[in-house]
Ligand binder design. Structure first.
Ligand SMILES: [Zn+2]
Ligand SMILES: [Zn+2]
Ligand SMILES: [Zn+2]
Ligand SMILES: [Zn+2]
Ligand SMILES: [Zn+2]
Ligand SMILES: [Zn+2]
Ligand SMILES: [Zn+2]
Ligand SMILES: [Zn+2]
Length: 451
């Protein structure tokens, strides 16, 4: 029974986005088709996110799984249908024109705090192109970071390719450890609220759910609306925090843990319960220490005084395979081209043949076998019109290439070998001297002269 269930999941995984158009390649891709172990399209080799796929439900299941069995279960809701927990991503619509944003606006995600003013200020402090406003570049950025920073195959063995029972066990231990020791969700407060002595204990434990309780209504699909605008409620919040600021304005400077610049009064500060309440970040500074991207939905991994995204936390713990993009849980793997590879995944990028012990060529950072290289990438010798083998010496001049052999790299007039010699070039012709040029110009109309 169990096995059947797993298999069904795998199949489902492979069906996500099937046939979707590639936004990069347009007509050149016949539609998304998942490669059986690389996490890319078989047709065009772009990733799933490059294709026109509605990711929302897959995303919410992925992040739901990540927060399952953690202290952050407030972020997830069990779906009745299949028992897979779903992430309540907190989509928010401001029903009234938001100050500074200027129009009714829906955010694909917003920090889970009740105070609309605080959310507005938070969004204003993000770079405009990274604000997750529905239908904009910022929403697209969030979708890509969601896929990049939190790979499904980093936390769920059923999304990995052919793990041995031993590898599954090590992976489960690893996932447990990262949930217990590193995973967290940033929270947002007005600086005054923190400085003003809101006791950390008040925030503890609820941190992930947005600090103090939110009077919001959660809708089934995880969408939250901040509607029926209780204006008084907001006013009340603002004025309380205002007075808290006045009291708490003890003159102590709070510096951002990332940029070490001062945190300005009246601005929202991000904090992370794993890091402790003495550390604060500007909203735009809550980034991964490796890729420096904004931590998507403020989901972070904390390790040795550093914030990581899921992908880079994983890579700080385990090697990642350059072929299948999975973390490697086996002791046996190979290193080549400054990357790590499962032994079975050091394969030709084009035909998937195993390259261990074979000659290969790096083509745009991807290994390809010699056969595929000759077929798809090799330069064609201008003289003999055959592909130049990867190990062969070649001479290049502008866009033209020759075998570095006397029979190919020779004067078109007198056949003298030109390797190491001065030469002139006319369209596809090499010339050793003015004499040979004159002879050739007689036989070739001067319109052909390029140089
Ligand atoms: Zn494609
Ligand atoms: Zn493509
Ligand atoms: Zn900063
Ligand atoms: Zn990162
Ligand atoms: Zn692999
Ligand atoms: Zn090949
Ligand atoms: Zn040649
Ligand atoms: Zn000549």
């Amino acid at each position: 029974m169990e096995i059947q269930k797993e298999m069904k999941k795998m199949t489902l995984g492979h069906e996500i986005g099937a046939g979707a158009m590639c936004l990069k390649c347009k007509d050149k891709c016949e539609g998304f088709e998942l490669h059986f172990w690389r996490k890319i399209c078989r047709n065009c080799k772009c990733s799933l996110e490059d294709h026109d796929v509605q990711m929302a439900s897959a995303e919410s299941k992925k992040v739901g799984k990540l927060f399952e069995d953690t202290k952050y279960t407030g972020l997830i809701a069990k779906l009745k249908t299949d028992g897979i927990p779903a992430y309540r991503g907190n989509k928010v619509t401001f029903p009234e024109p938001a100050k500074g944003i200027g129009k009714v606006v829906t955010f694909e995600w917003a920090p889970r705090v009740a105070n609309q003013h605080l959310v507005e200020r938070y969004m204003e402090l993000l770079p405009p192109e990274k604000r997750p406003v529905s239908g904009t570049q910022g929403a697209e950025y969030r979708k890509r970071q969601m896929a990049k920073q939190l790979p499904e195959h980093d936390q769920d063995p059923s999304h990995c390719h052919e793990l041995s029972p031993g590898e599954v066990k090590i992976m489960q231990q690893y996932v447990r450890k990262c949930k217990d020791e590193a995973l967290g969700v940033g929270d947002l407060k007005l600086l005054e609220e923190l400085v003003g002595g809101v006791t950390p204990s008040g925030a503890e434990g609820h941190a992930a759910q947005g600090g103090k309780s939110c009077p919001e209504t959660d809708l089934k699909d995880g969408t939250r609306s901040l509607p029926e605008p209780e204006p008084q409620a907001y006013k009340a919040t603002i004025s309380t925090t205002g007075s808290a600021g006045a009291q708490g304005n003890s003159g102590k400077d709070y510096l951002c843990f990332h940029c070490h610049q001062e945190m300005r009064e009246g601005t929202p500060a991000v904090y992370a319960d794993r890091a402790g309440y003495d550390k604060l970040w500007h909203p735009a500074c809550f980034v991964c220490c490796v890729c420096t991207e904004l931590l998507v939905d403020m989901i972070y991994f904390w390790k040795k005084d550093k914030l990581y995204c899921g992908r880079h936390y994983g890579e700080s713990e385990k090697p990642r395979c350059g072929g299948c993009d999975e973390l490697i849980f086996s002791n046996e793997y190979t290193q080549a081209e400054s990357q790590n590879w499962h032994l079975k995944h050091f394969c030709c990028y084009d035909c998937d043949c195993v390259l261990a012990g074979e000659t290969y060529v790096m083509e745009k950072d991807k290994p390809v076998c010699t056969t595929c290289y000759m077929k798809n990438y090799a330069m064609i010798c201008v003289a003999c019109q055959t592909p130049i083998e990867p190990e062969a010496q070649r001479v290049s001049y502008g866009e033209s290439h020759w075998h570095a052999e006397p029979k190919c790299f020779q004067c078109s007039g007198c056949s003298k070998c030109l390797i190491g010699q001065r030469f002139m070039a006319m369209k596809n012709m090499l010339i050793c001297s003015v004499e040979c040029k004159k002879i050739l110009q007689k036989t070739n109309p001067p319109t052909n002269v390029v140089i």
